[in-house]
Design a protein around this ligand. Sequence first.
Ligand SMILES: [Zn+2]
Length: 301
Amino acid sequence: MIFKERKMSDELQMLQALDRRMALSPKDHKNYQHLLKGFRGEAQFDQLLANLSCAHIQIHDLLLEHNGTVFQIDSLLIMKEKIIVYEVKNYQGEFFFEQERFFKVPRQEIMNPLHQIGRTAPILTQLLRKHGFNIPIQFHVVFVNPEFTLFYAEQNTPIILPTQIKSHLQILDENNSRLNETHNRLAKKLVELHLNESPYQKQPEFEYGEMKKGVVCGCCGLMEVEVKGRKVYCKHCNWVEHLDTVIVKLIMEYKLLFPNKKVTVSAIDEWCGSLISLKSISRILGQYFTRKGSFRWTYYE
Ligand SMILES: [Zn+2]
């Protein structure tokens, strides 16, 4: 059972929206590519976990805090006898360990993911004990990219290589014990402790004036769409979406990028490059958002 799904972080959503509407600075572009690759790897692993048939609870993308330390968990499984925590890596290319250090070939040092889980393990154990849960925790670093190669890999490490994922999940599936109320309480507690905003989130640089206004295709990301009736079509990739969904997404995007600007019919009209009728924008704002002020001072939250 999936108890908490993964969603794109605000930072990644923001960078994606900006990337489609302006040229990102080299620093933001690099950060965007890094976050996107990580997210895709995690989503890919989620799909594999979705096929598990044994009794378990899945919690994805947790941000927790204990004694002033904030730490992130990519995926967590609650099983009958234990919790399994996965640190998911979407690395591509050839890598090797050398004396506790981790390198990409030829010799670019990267943070050792085993140290990462080494830090998380005691903190998570303490946090769970504090809340009265005393259940063993197993940690794994899982490399999901089929184009990942690890040289000189030692056996008996918590590493799961791309070619080992399937058998790892098959072993979990052999487990047929049922969960009880304590497991449910544990899942609820973890989700309750989840922090919504990461203190590590970086704020990209952008200004309203430099951004392209228009409707972005939800599939290819280009602004080659047209509105026909209650549908939005992409001329480039044939993507079709209901007009209402497109307007809601435009408004959410605007609110995410400009939390201090007031959401008005004319602001959204300008944001979508006047591609959508004022009547439709007004209808959606009235339907899904809360109206504030009145007459020409009306705005929505
Ligand atoms: Zn498209």
